[in-house]
Ligand binder design. Structure first.
Ligand SMILES: Cc1cc2nc3c(=O)[nH]c(=O)nc-3n(C[C@H](O)[C@H](O)[C@H](O)COP(=O)(O)OP(=O)(O)OC[C@H]3O[C@@H](n4cnc5c(N)ncnc54)[C@H](O)[C@@H]3O)c2cc1C
Length: 459
């Protein structure tokens, strides 16, 4: 028997993703090395194994070893939000900060085929895209007049720098219907869940994307996502939640982002100390907890200091920080929301996209004298939204612009807070999300100065 250590990759060019998953699954009962097992796992045997064990027996985690890279092009940003609402997956999406979009670059929902409101929808989108393009050019002109070229900066670099500022700001005028491309890498288990969610959507576009993903995904994993279907639990509970949440009150509207820290743990410091002590103790948690509670403040501070003081700029703080969490009620523009929700470790619960909560006007738009133009765009979007939503609830969301404010509840643990606040308050972060994250950080720091003392921000 060879007991020497062996570490090697299995090559996806030699085995299909479903075969790879079975080779790993079989190590559970088979004493052979992986490469020996691989020799006897044919594609048919893999399909039979998955059908029997993963689908029927419920050993679903085996499907995590089968990986799919899915390219999606020209889907609306609204649908992309639903697609990206799967925590255990990786995404890279076309950036609206760095690419200028052409007229007509938007999705027209099939719900509007033959509907009298189709014209209203198309006119609204055309008008927003026109406003986006005109404002981008006008802002560029303003920037040329107010931003000096750096010494030694080439003309092309200077123009690119200004264009980036301009597109970054003017994207606020784009509606959620705007098309995007996204590359997605995920395992077959997550894929099944993503497809099920899409098929359970009320929007036809999302259902169609779900169907296409299922069909295309089956070219890579024929068995593992075969049974992903529209899910009654998701559909019926959503309807029930909508019915119970119905309220008559008139919500206020805002002209800026807002942050409220709605829950935090008054025992956070002791909890963190207890979890830090627990790992290297041999006592039950209750005993460790009592010890942490009985400590003096300087003793507690010392335990936390030892755990966090050595954190370098690229280090990930230890898992013990996950025992503390914060819940924020956030109001942010849809553009910021799209970036914020990409932080997968948080729990985020968005309310539907709407124009009724108000919108932001970027400072530079006002400085450039383009406020009137911008507000006209917002009015166009609001009129279109109300007309379409009244007849086809849900479809109106396509007309919400990136400037419109949206409410989202977010529960974030302290470990993720360190990552999120560092990344999104940094100079590279988009300016509205940066403001929201700075406020969230300030609120959390006011409550727990000791816990955030070791967070070193990028400047
Ligand atoms: C300046 C800037 C520009 C950006 N431009 C683009 C862009 O053009 N297009 C685009 O699509 N996105 C863009 N993003 C978003 C970015 O790619 C991330 O998706 C987003 O910031 C979420 O952060 P995160 O992946 O670090 O971590 P989170 O999802 O917040 O997760 C927290 C941490 O958990 C770990 N983690 C989470 N998931 C995994 C995983 N699957 N595998 C391994 N480790 C994991 C990592 O350590 C990660 O840092 C940009 C972000 C910034 C800040």
């Amino acid at each position: 028997m060879d007991l020497s250590r062996r570490i090697y990759p299995l090559d996806p060019r030699e085995l299909t993703e479903e075969q790879l998953a079975v080779v790993f699954a079989m190590t559970s009962r088979n004493p052979q090395p992986f490469d020996e097992i691989a020799k006897v796992v044919s594609a048919e045997k893999a399909a039979d194994f998955h059908e029997r064990w993963v689908v029927n027996y419920g050993h679903a985690s085996v499907a995590e070893h089968a990986i799919i890279h899915m390219a999606l092009e020209n889907i609306s940003r609204l649908a992309c939000d639903t697609l990206e609402d799967n925590r255990l997956a990786s995404y890279t999406e076309k950036s609206s900060r760095y690419q200028v979009l052409d007229q007509g670059h938007y999705h027209i929902p099939r719900e509007l085929d033959g509907h009298p409101l189709r014209d209203v929808y198309v006119t609204t989108c055309d008008s927003l895209f026109r406003a986006y393009q005109e404002t981008t050019e006008k802002l560029l002109e303003y920037l040329r007049g107010t931003t000096p070229q750096n010494e030694g900066e080439r003309d092309s670099a200077y123009n690119l720098r200004l264009r980036r500022v301009s597109t970054d700001v003017c994207r606020f005028l784009l509606p959620a219907a705007t098309l995007t491309n996204v590359g997605m890498t995920l395992n077959a288990r997550s894929m099944e869940s993503a497809v099920r969610k899409l098929l359970s959507s009320d929007l036809l576009e999302e259902q169609e994307i779900g169907e296409a993903m299922k069909e295309q995904g089956r070219t890579i994993t024929p068995t593992l996502i075969k049974y992903a279907d529209r899910n009654e639990y998701l559909v019926l509970s959503r309807e029930a939640q909508q019915a119970s949440a119905k309220e008559e009150v008139n919500q206020p509207s805002y002209d800026d982002c807002r942050v409220e820290l709605v829950h935090y743990d008054p025992q956070a410091e002791s909890k963190l100390v207890a979890s830090l002590l627990y790992r290297f103790s041999s006592s039950p948690y209750q005993d460790v907890w009592q010890r942490a509670e009985a400590m003096s403040q300087p003793e507690r501070e010392e335990v936390i200091h030892q755990a966090l003081d050595r954190l370098g700029p690229h280090d990930i703080p230890m898992r013990e920080l996950e025992v503390v969490d914060y819940t924020f009620d956030l109001v942010m523009d849809y553009g910021a929301y799209r970036e914020f929700k990409r932080h997968r470790m948080q729990t985020y619960i968005p309310q539907p996209a709407t124009v009724d909560l108000g919108y932001i006007v970027p400072d530079i738009i006002m400085q450039a004298g383009l406020e009137g133009h911008f507000r006209e765009g917002m009015q166009t979007a609001a009129d279109g939204f109300h007309a379409v939503s009244e007849a086809l609830p849900g479809v109106g969301e396509y007309l919400v612009t990136h400037a419109h404010l949206r409410r989202v509840l977010s529960k974030v643990n302290l470990r993720e807070c360190y990552h999120l606040f560092k990344l999104r308050t940094g100079p590279e972060a988009h300016f509205t999300l940066r403001r929201v994250m700075q406020q969230a950080l300030d609120l959390a720091t006011q409550r727990h100065p000791l816990l955030f003392k070791y967070l070193r921000l990028r400047t």
